[in-house]
Design a binder for this molecule. Structure first.
Ligand SMILES: [Zn+2]
Length: 64
């Protein structure tokens, strides 16, 4: 442990995006930089893409 290992740690932390939560729709991890939307039902954060997919499925179910 010295200046070199500290430097490695810093680089690793920058390269791996931080998980900030879990997608309400599919339960996959949400990371910093992901495109997200805030849902009200169920209340929570989800990926914009997952929400769109869920909406599509709900519409198909309702329309059938
Ligand atoms: Zn998701």
């Amino acid at each position: 442990m010295g200046a070199k290992s500290l430097n490695n740690l810093g680089r690793q932390r920058a390269a791996v995006p931080t998980v900030i939560g879990r997608c309400k729709v599919y339960g996959d991890p949400i990371r910093t930089g992901d495109d997200t939307v805030w849902l009200t039902d169920p209340m929570g954060l989800s990926h914009r893409e997952c929400k769109a997919k869920a909406d599509e499925l709900a519409q198909m179910k309702g329309g059938a």
